[in-house]
Design a protein around this ligand. Structure first.
Ligand code: SF4
Ligand code: SF4
Ligand code: SF4
Length: 274
């Protein structure tokens, strides 16, 4: 039963959010939305605990495609970072602002970059490409591009407001379509150029500007019992994010990029990772 504890805890957290938002904002949608996401994540964690190989893929597609197709395409909610700025400028706490608060700003204090490993609709496609483990060393300096993307996204939405452009809601929908197409295109190009499926996450994704600092303090993280480690480096070879996971410290190299996929744990021959 103990192995299913993370699944139960995650379900309880999402249900608490679902009921709180439903009651506070008097909107039944939030009960459905967060219950659905919480159920998918809890099911995935339970499948993972039971040793099912495709547990993470299941959650990625169940949550990622729900957000992309149902929320984005059918309900016209811009859930990308531009949507977050849009709702923030509008002064409304709904849709993308709630999504960012839960998944990308405060949530990472609890579950790190679980969003990146289990729910992101961009990575759900990028993870299907052939370079699951990076085939080339990381280009350290390129990480600065994420800040350029972050500022550009903010400047784009701010300029629409400053120019008093009309029909902003429709424009945000088209930005959502265009933004996603651009992310997929850049993500695929970078993956092949660097032989690394997650190159987009490492160098360009603007959301990491929120995710990285918050996940540094994450309650849930991969721990290493260094007294057990035999320095075989198998965990380092399988890690898609180049995390120095055989070092237990929070300040380990690329520690804030861990997507909680647990491939390292599966690879460790002496069960030093947990
Ligand atoms: S870094 Fe960005 S693109 Fe990559 S999984 Fe996280 S949110 Fe998605
Ligand atoms: S392999 Fe381990 S350290 Fe690397 S991202 Fe996955 S869980 Fe994190
Ligand atoms: S796989 Fe295990 S034993 Fe090998 S380096 Fe990583 S933590 Fe240490």
């Amino acid at each position: 039963m103990k192995k299913y504890l993370p699944s139960i805890v995650m379900f309880a957290i999402f249900e608490t959010v679902a009921v709180t938002l439903w009651q506070t904002l008097d909107n039944l949608f939030y009960l459905f939305n967060f219950s659905y996401i919480g159920t998918c994540i809890a099911l995935g964690l339970a499948m993972f605990a039971a040793g099912k190989k495709y547990a993470r893929r299941f959650v990625q597609f169940a949550v990622g495609s729900y957000m992309l197709i149902y929320l984005g395409l059918l309900s016209n909610e811009n859930m990308q970072i531009e949507g977050f700025w849009y709702y923030l400028f509008m002064g409304v706490f709904e849709a993308a602002t709630i999504h960012y608060a839960v998944a990308k700003i405060f949530g990472p204090l609890l579950f790190g970059r679980g969003w990146c490993g289990y729910a992101c609709w961009t990575a759900m496609i990028l993870d299907l490409l052939p370079y699951k483990q990076p085939q080339a060393p990381r280009k350290k300096k390129l990480g600065a591009l994420r800040y350029v993307m972050f500022v550009l996204s903010l400047a784009l939405v701010a300029s629409l407001f400053l120019a008093h452009v009309g029909n902003l809601e429709r424009i945000m929908f088209w930005l959502f379509l265009g933004g996603n197409a651009l992310y997929y295109l850049l993500g695929i190009i970078l993956a092949f150029a660097f032989k690394d499926n997650r190159a987009f996450c490492k160098y360009l994704c603007p959301i990491t500007v929120f995710l990285k600092p918050m996940s540094y303090f994450s309650l849930w993280r991969v721990r290493c019992d260094e007294s057990k480690c035999v320095h075989c480096n198998k965990c380092l070879k399988v890690c898609p994010m180049n995390v120095e996971v055989n070092n237990d410290s929070r300040s380990r190299q690329y520690g804030t990029e861990c997507i909680m996929c647990f491939d390292c744990k599966k690879a460790c021959p002496v069960k030093a990772l947990h």
